[in-house]
Design a protein around this ligand. Structure first.
Ligand SMILES: [Zn+2]
Length: 614
């Protein structure tokens, strides 16, 4: 077996075909000419962590257990990020793998071949018992154990009444040339309410309007306005003899929040990871030494800071460029060292670029399709140079892309239709404000409605005898819902059993919502919250998405074999193509989705809100 998998997260077939028709994508175009191109039917829901897991396992969520970005614990209605479940142990709160379904990579290893996965989603924390070599992707936390938000320090000390996901801190001016700030690190295990996070003081000294020196951890880093600093290695002292290392990059800038300095989320340092990061740990350390520093956060393209105006388009695009360049360097080295087995990598910057620019910067999107085509050209050259012409090559995406013009506040819709009763008549609320004994359904995540079932939910009222009729009633009402544009808001609704056949169906949402193009569940819905109206115009920088009916956002599949014998390839066909034979998904080996430990609501929400979708 000798297979190279190149994942282009969110590579959209319609956008590709438009550019292909204009002859702009020569490398991918060759696959079309050689009948090695098809649309790829993706898993439901069309979310990266679900879809890449389905591609790796050949299974649907009812078999692998990842149903949505957000899961809920029916015993207390608490939410958690499905990508980052935790359990309490004698060592404190620990991360556990988001799923245990055997992948095609495990299969290759069992057959005696080596397998490497680079930045594949849902592979954090490292599975130490697995011989699959792994650098984890989407779902890898920052050193605070969250999905990652940065911090903006600003000179203007006016307090702001708006709340941001990004941490906003003040710089205290020290004369006209200098300012000081304190970067907050990992949580200290002190019971005191104040000083909960390990502090790291820094100082900025301005040299002129565009340059400054940043002093932190006894190092001096020269900064140039609007340019990312090199990687900065930080050391947070927790207590005598115990410290945690992290990395970040700084950006001196000026924006609508005032002049200041932005720090990327504090990331796991591969040389001294706080949690089991890569597998084996020595692999990540070797990469760091051979390739240089790299971002370890699962979502390193800082969409949150861009969405909230703390960094600007240009800063964001340069960050995306740096990320893809580093991954290319790693891949080129790996192709050189590759002998047999599976080598898989996911490039995910296009997804973030499309979320932020699809609506009104087609030029940027196009430049990224061209960029990925050129990247593939260089990869193919390297494959040839290293005499791997005999390798199977698969280039594929986990979903396409679509407009996101209207946010759908599903819980408000459930309130308006008397399925959910709020405890008060406030315009905004969340699951903590629900009268459960009079609530029949609630929405959580980006595609999930749960019925408040007696015997499952702690305050459930829906009896088994009403389950089917209530499901049908909600389904029909959703399917008849029209937006102000007279288009259907919802294109498809499936029951959990229809969407997710498998041993884990009992853990699935009861109804799975396939939104029509242009609509998507709001971030508030993701967290179980509601807003004054069921529909709200989306004016965010995050102006496009893919968390809709998967039939509307197929992915792509390119292969250096003839794909015409597959009438309509889906994720379930990928493992067969990878091993060049019949792969038998082993659903019985998957265990129920982990129910996260009972951390306090605030901690859980902090973890959740860092995901760009929410
Ligand atoms: Zn996305």
């Amino acid at each position: 077996m000798k297979t190279i998998i190149i994942g282009f997260d969110a590579f959209d077939p319609a956008f590709f075909e438009r550019l292909h028709d204009q002859g702009k994508l020569p490398h991918l175009g060759k696959y079309v000419t050689n009948k090695g191109y098809a649309h790829l039917a993706v898993a439901n829901p069309a979310q990266s962590e679900v879809s890449w897991t389905s591609i790796a396992t050949g299974m649907n969520p009812g078999q692998h257990g990842l149903f949505d970005f957000v899961h809920r614990n029916p015993s207390n209605y608490a939410l958690h990020v499905s990508l980052l479940p935790t359990k309490k142990s004698t060592f404190g709160v620990q991360f556990v793998p988001p799923h245990n379904a055997p992948t095609v990579f495990d299969h290759a290893v069992e057959m005696g071949y080596p397998a490497t996965t680079l930045w594949w989603p849902a592979t954090f924390p490292a599975r130490r018992q697995s011989p699959v070599r792994t650098i984890p992707g989407l779902g890898t936390p920052d050193i605070l154990g969250r999905l990652g938000v940065g911090t903006y320090f600003k000179l203007d000390p006016n307090p702001t009444d708006k709340t941001y996901k990004t941490n906003l801190e003040n710089l205290s001016a020290d004369g006209t040339q200098k300012a000081r700030g304190i970067l907050k690190g990992p949580l200290l295990k002190s019971k005191k309410a104040e000083d909960k996070q390990a502090p790291l003081a820094f100082e900025i000294e301005w040299i002129d309007a565009n340059t400054a020196n940043l002093r932190i951890n006894n190092k001096t880093i020269p900064l140039e306005k609007d340019r990312w600093s090199p990687f900065i290695e930080l050391n947070f002292k927790l207590r005598l003899g115990v410290s945690i290392r992290a990395t970040t990059q700084a950006l001196l800038t000026e924006n609508s929040h005032g002049p200041g300095i932005y720090f990327l989320p504090l990331q796991i340092h591969p040389l001294k990871a706080v949690w089991p990061y890569a597998n084996p740990g020595s692999y990540a350390r070797r990469l760091w030494k051979n390739i240089g520093p790299y971002h370890t956060l699962g979502w390193p393209q800082d969409t949150t800071a861009l969405d909230e105006g703390f960094i600007q388009d240009d800063h964001f695009l340069r960050l995306c460029d740096a990320i893809i360049e580093t991954r290319e360097k790693v891949l080129m080295k790996e192709i050189q060292a590759f002998k047999e087995g599976i080598l898989a990598i996911v490039f995910d910057s296009l997804d973030r670029i499309q979320h932020m620019f699809w609506r009104d910067r087609e030029d940027i999107i196009e430049s990224w399709y061209l960029k990925l085509d050129a990247l593939l050209g260089r990869i193919e050259t390297q494959i040839k140079t290293c005499s791997h012409q005999d390798a199977r090559i698969l280039v594929l995406s986990d979903h396409g892309f679509s407009d996101f013009n209207t946010k759908v506040h599903l819980n408000r819709w459930l309130i308006e239709h008397d399925y959910l009763l709020p405890a008060n008549d406030q315009e905004r609320g969340g699951l903590q404000d629900v009268v459960w004994k009079k609530t029949r359904a609630y929405a959580v995540g980006l595609s999930s409605i749960y019925l408040n079932r007696s015997g499952r939910e702690s305050d459930g009222i829906v009896m088994d005898s009403e389950y089917d009729s209530l499901s049908t009633e909600i389904k029909e009402a959703l399917l008849s819902w029209e937006g102000p544009d007279k288009r259907k808001v919802v294109r498809s609704v499936w029951t959990g059993e229809e969407a997710f056949p498998g041993p884990l169906t009992p853990y699935a949402p009861d109804l799975v919502i396939g939104f029509n193009a242009g609509y998507r569940a709001s971030g508030q819905t993701g967290l179980g919250n509601w807003e004054p109206d069921a529909l709200e115009k989306n004016l965010d920088h995050w102006g496009a998405d893919h968390c809709i009916d998967p039939g509307l956002v197929p992915g792509v599949l390119f292969a250096n074999t003839n794909l015409e014998q597959l009438s309509s390839p889906s994720y379930a066909d990928i493992p067969d193509l990878v091993i060049g034979g019949k792969f038998e998904p082993r659903e019985s080996a998957a265990s129920p989705p982990p129910v996260t430990s009972d951390e306090d609501r605030e901690t859980l929400e902090e973890r959740l809100k860092d995901l760009g979708y929410l």
